[in-house]
Design a protein around this ligand. Structure first.
Ligand SMILES: Nc1ncnc2c1ncn2[C@@H]1O[C@H](COP(=O)(O)OP(=O)(O)OP(=O)(O)O)[C@@H](O)[C@H]1O
Ligand SMILES: [Mg+2]
Length: 265
């Protein structure tokens, strides 16, 4: 079982879109069994997959923090995507923001999620991949996610603000892991919404390749910008299923291949 989280400290770079679409491509291999976990109170991943996150009755990621004893089988929604039955999800909930505030004063607060997965590791070992989406901050919930996962994938778009977001994330997380006592788990950097006609596009790639903390983790193939990617959210289906022959679907499969080589996926 590999655990992965998408992150950065700039909003809107395509973390959720990449998470949904790369997981979709990974699920084309029927040997893979994927658990998506939505760690963002905005619930974008939950919405993308077609689940209503305002449902207060349903268990969700909050439940892990509020009821340590919850049986993991009660958290999970199975086979939400008919075409990709090997994807399960633990949805988010709009009140996750409230949990965030409640956790601030608890001792060992950054390790609660890791402890839960450790206690239930037999159950979670049925999955080949557990993939978390996060929002652009390093609050307690995200710290729990980034502490738990084997690999963090940074997502940049083609903008100076995205470089700043990736650098700030790397700087703050490296400081954090010293205190948490783990090795650096930032293992990949993806450029999303790529358009080579933008003047900055080539410079941005060159910049990442020139920086010590990014040059070895940059995934060479970017995910192109395309309206087809916006449709994945509206249609609740990853592009590899929605338009399998689209050139962006091909790029997504190449990114997945690269991440497999890196042993991130
Ligand atoms: N490759 C792409 N081509 C075109 N549009 C894209 C692409 N990737 C993402 N988008 C669009 O950009 C917007 C932001 O994407 P997304 O919600 O995935 O970003 P995010 O990083 O998850 O945002 P947040 O920081 O709020 O969680 C969405 O409208 C999405 O449809
Ligand atoms: Mg998002």
């Amino acid at each position: 079982m590999k655990s992965i989280a998408f992150g950065t400290l700039k909003g809107g770079t395509g973390k959720t879109t990449s998470c949904f679409n790369l997981a979709g491509a990974l699920a084309l291999n029927p040997d893979n069994k994927i658990l998506l976990v939505d760690g963002d109170p905005q619930c974008n991943l939950t919405n993308d997959i077609g689940i209503d996150c305002s449902d207060m009755e349903r268990n969700n990621i909050r439940t892990i923090f509020e009821n340590k004893k919850i049986d993991p089988s009660e958290l999970i929604m199975h086979g939400v995507l008919e075409q990709l039955p090997n994807i399960d999800i633990i949805p988010s909930n709009i009140l996750l923001i409230k949990t965030e505030m409640q956790l601030v004063s608890i001792a060992g607060r950054e390790k609660l999620l890791a402890n839960y997965f450790e206690r239930n590791k037999e159950f979670f070992s049925q999955y080949t991949h557990i993939i978390f989406d996060t929002n652009p901050n390093l609050g307690v919930i995200n710290q729990n996610i980034f502490y738990f996962v084997d690999s963090i994938i940074l997502v940049s778009d083609v903008s100076l603000n995205a470089i700043q977001g990736a650098e700030l994330f790397t700087f703050l997380w490296e400081e954090n892991i010293e205190d948490l006592g783990i090795d650096n788990n930032i293992k990949a950097l993806i450029i999303n919404n790529f358009d080579k006609r933008i003047n900055l596009a080539k410079d941005l790639q060159d910049y990442y390749l020139s920086e010590a903390e990014f040059k070895d983790i940059l995934v060479e193939v970017p995910i192109p910008g395309s309206v087809a990617m916006k449709d994945t959210s509206i249609n609740h289906l990853p592009l590899v299923v929605l338009q399998p022959h689209h050139q962006v679907a091909t790029a997504i499969k190449r990114v997945v291949k690269d991440l497999i080589v890196r042993e991130v996926f």
